[in-house]
Design a binder for this molecule. Structure first.
Ligand code: RBF
Length: 344
């Protein structure tokens, strides 16, 4: 009997609401706790750095707005062993410590759904992924057909101007968004400039091995690839090294997700970005205001400001000729106006 009573007490203790209930006096702090789950490592993958930065900024503003409310953010790096992610996510939910778990990448919605089967009160804000209809999960996916089309278009313009060659794409892994959206979008953009252009696609096998990425890039350059779009997280540095070794007349790089021109001027000729920091900030703010539409899946692109190409960086002008920038600008204006519509 005593054992049952203790067990019951423990269970009830675990059930106490984390967010201060309305019944408490207004002077009680409104304490909200948020975990940022990094599926990999923040360093080297700006998409994850931006994720944490955006959530922290929203929490900071929330805390500054009123002395009576506080939002605490904890960043947890889950590491590169993807087989461990579900267990780590489950442990976070089981701790009962977090009102919201924020994360990002296309594999997260399915993992979060599995966790919610065991811990149905755990809520998730997931970027760079898509799932609708689960009342505890909100997702925002970027239009990566637009993002990769811009990269392919620029690669083909640059190659056409500099005497021909092939375009390349290096991915960290093969995953549905890569094979069904990013690679096809890149090919589509390149073909819009030159129908006959060949695209050489290679895969590192992880998101951190810069030496392997450099080896792949060097092989591609040898096989006539002149411009490489690299989407390999912390391994991207390897593609840059290989281009530098080949020389700027032989190889250039296009950056994805963040502004990468300053990684190694003048090797980076384009930056096709997503505003993950802005998305993390805006959506965390909505959550803190009680207005995040859980259960829905949003798609955001160029016209919403969440996908973009960085044209106004002086390093872009220094790396790419005026005629290529001019043609790129015409295409970007068509995309921004909606005249050129690329649905994801
Ligand atoms: N992108 C990164 O930049 N770094 C990563 O560590 C990383 N890990 C990923 C793991 C999985 C399982 C999947 C499906 C994607 C991952 N991505 C990663 C790719 C990311 O979601 C996105 O597609 C690219 O950053 C391009 O926007």
């Amino acid at each position: 009997m005593a054992v049952i009573a203790i067990a019951l007490t423990l269970t009830l203790a675990n059930c106490k609401p984390r967010q201060t209930s309305k019944a408490q006096p207004a002077s009680q702090p409104q304490a909200v706790s948020i975990a940022v789950f990094i599926p990999g490592a923040a360093s080297g993958s700006p998409i994850y750095e931006m994720l944490a930065a955006g959530v922290k900024r929203a929490a900071g503003e929330y805390n500054a707005a009123s002395a009576g409310q506080s939002a605490a953010v904890q960043v947890i790096e889950a590491g590169y062993n993807q087989a461990e992610w579900e267990a780590k996510l489950t442990a976070l939910a089981a701790s009962g410590n977090y009102d919201l778990i924020v994360s990002s990448n296309p594999s997260l919605p399915a993992l979060a759904q599995a966790v919610r089967e065991k811990f149905p009160s755990q809520r998730f804000l997931l970027l760079d992924g898509e799932l609708s209809g689960d009342p505890g999960i909100y997702t925002l996916k970027y239009n990566q057909r637009e993002q990769s089309y811009m990269a392919g278009y620029l690669a083909a313009l640059y190659i056409a101007e500099s005497g021909g060659g092939r375009a390349g794409l290096i991915a960290g892994q093969e995953y549905p968004a890569m094979l069904q959206t990013i690679l096809p979008g890149y090919r589509e953009g390149a073909a819009a400039v030159d129908l006959g252009i060949e695209v050489d696609f290679r895969v590192v096998g992880n998101w951190y091995d810069a030496a392997k990425c450099a080896e792949l890039a060097a092989g591609m350059i040898k096989a006539g690839v002149r411009v490489i779009l690299t989407v390999a997280g912390g391994a991207n540095e390897g593609a840059v090294q290989a281009a530098v070794e080949a020389g700027a007349d032989n190889a250039r790089i296009i950056w994805f997700d963040t502004n990468g021109y300053d990684a190694r001027p003048p090797y980076i000729i384009g930056s096709c970005v997503i505003r993950q920091d802005m998305a993390a900030y805006n959506k965390t703010k909505l959550f803190l205001g009680g207005a995040l539409p859980f259960g829905s899946a949003e798609l955001a692109g160029l016209r919403d400001g969440y996908v973009d190409f960085i044209e106004d960086d002086p390093l872009y002008a220094a790396a790419v000729s005026a005629p290529v920038r001019e043609k790129m600008g015409v295409m970007l204006r068509r995309l921004r106006s909606g005249e050129l519509a690329l649905e994801d």
